[in-house]
Design a protein around this ligand. Sequence first.
Ligand SMILES: [Zn+2]
Length: 83
Amino acid sequence: MRVSCQDCNKNEATQLHPYPLCARCWSLRFGTVNIGGEDIPFRELHRARLEGLDLWQKKNESTADWGQRCKKFTLTQQERRLL
Ligand SMILES: [Zn+2]
């Protein structure tokens, strides 16, 4: 039986407690990373990390262009790892 995510109503729920949520919506609501004893919401940490790498989506940048910029960065980083 397929249960839809209560938040996005688009994806299939992968978590049923405390209520039906897909993995993405569960992570946005409850996902945290513990750093130095403090629980920091995953979303805030992820954004700060991407902004620090200048990989957050720029104003007026299309999602496709943003994705290409991130892909290019990843490939560059991979090359560095191999050397
Ligand atoms: Zn969802």
